[in-house]
Each structure stands twice: as structure tokens, then as C-alpha cells.
Write a protein that binds this ligand. Structure first.
Ligand code: MG
Length: 203
């Protein structure tokens, strides 16, 4: 499986990092080794001193597809969750300045913890789902899927015009404003609506 991550999909987040707004979805990949098994901690890596959290709404692909039309995209997912797109912001800034690929800052081991999945039938509208992140009990990020520049269906249509989506692939749909650094011993909890689906400790 692969993890497809969308960048700059919320206006306020693009602004906070001084990035221009995209006219088409921007995506990059993380490998399967970016997942963290439930209950295991995130070990702060030696190669960075500025790891940031980015809480994101996550969709799991349930059907093989390529060149999926936006109007049929809803048939390709049945479950939602929240995840954290851990980012080595110091390495990413360096890559951006040099015009290099981002992988060392985004695709490293354990960079994509994902919560428990919930069936989409439990939500009345995919374009109005709240999600949030707490660190040590304080809410640091709040988003709503209705604030995305590119909807889930648009993302699926766009991404599948370049690469085949397979069962089990995950799409991280971008982070709202409020990203910031983590430190050792932080406790991170991510919520969909008011349900806590993910908890990660930093070691
Ligand atoms: Mg992200």
C-alpha cells in the first residue's frame, strides 16, 4: 500500500507557511513504513530538530481504480479516520530552498500515524466533518473538511489520473492552520467529530 498526502489544501495553512495557493492538488507519497502500529510511540529522529505535527482527515481506498471521474469517486472509499503527517520542517525548508524532492522530510519511518477507521455511513456529509488535534490536553489544530480547497472526490479524480489507486491505500487530505513543533514526552490525541481515534506519545 501507499500513502498519498495532499499539500496546501487549506488556505490558512498555505498562508502560514508563506506558500502560494495551488490551482491543482499537490501530492507526495509516504511508504508503508511510515505507519506506526497502534499503541507504539513516535521516536523523535536524530536527523531533525524541528519535527512538526500536521493533523489530517484520512480516507482509505476500498477499490482498485485509475482515471476515476470525480462523480464516481465516492465509490472508492468507505472509511475515514484522522492521521498525523509528521514533517521534519528544518529538512523540508532546506529541500524547498534548493528545489529538491521532499521525501527526507516527509517519508521517514513512523511519519504517518493513523487512527481507527470509522464507516462513512456514520457521517451525514463528507464535506462537513470536524477534526482536531490535542497536545497534552490542549487543542492545537481544528479543521473541517468543508474548508479544503480540493474535495476528497476531486483529489481522488486528480491523483488517479497519474497513478493507480489500490485497496488499502490511504489519502491524507492536507492540514489546516496551526501546525507546530513536537517535543519528547508530548502526548498527541486526534479526533474526528468528538471521537478520539488516535493517540501517540513522543519518545
Ligand atoms: Mg500535510
Amino acid at each position: 500500500m501507499k500513502i498519498i498526502c495532499i499539500g496546501r489544501n487549506y488556505i490558512a495553512h498555505a498562508n502560514e507557511l508563506n506558500n502560494p495557493l495551488p490551482t491543482e492538488p499537490i501530492f507526495f507519497l509516504k511508504p508503508e513504513t511510515a505507519l506506526i502500529r497502534a499503541g507504539l510511540p513516535f521516536f523523535y529522529p536524530d536527523f531533525s530538530s524541528d519535527i512538526h505535527y500536521e493533523v489530517e482527515f484520512v480516507v482509505r481506498i476500498c477499490k482498485l481504480g485509475k482515471h476515476i471521474q470525480e462523480k464516481f469517486a465516492h465509490k472508492y472509499y468507505k472509511e475515514f479516520s484522522v492521521g498525523i503527517d509528521f514533517t521534519a520542517r528544518d529538512l523540508q525548508e532546506n529541500c524547498k530552498q534548493k528545489g529538491l524532492p521532499w521525501e527526507i522530510s516527509k517519508a521517514f519511518d513512523s511519519s504517518a500515524p493513523v487512527g481507527e477507521f470509522i464507516n462513512k455511513s456514520e457521517f451525514s456529509d463528507i464535506n462537513d466533518i470536524d477534526f482536531s488535534l490535542e497536545i497534552n490536553g490542549n487543542t492545537v489544530q481544528k479543521g473541517n473538511t468543508g474548508m479544503m480547497i480540493f474535495s476528497v472526490n476531486k483529489i481522488i479524480s486528480y491523483v488517479s489520473s497519474f497513478l493507480t489507486l489500490k485497496i488499502g491505500d490511504l489519502i491524507f487530505t492536507g492540514t489546516p492552520a496551526g501546525v507546530g513543533p513536537i517535543k519528547r514526552n508530548d502526548n498527541l490525541s486526534a479526533y474526528l467529530q468528538n471521537r478520539k481515534l488516535l493517540e501517540v506519545n513522543v519518545r
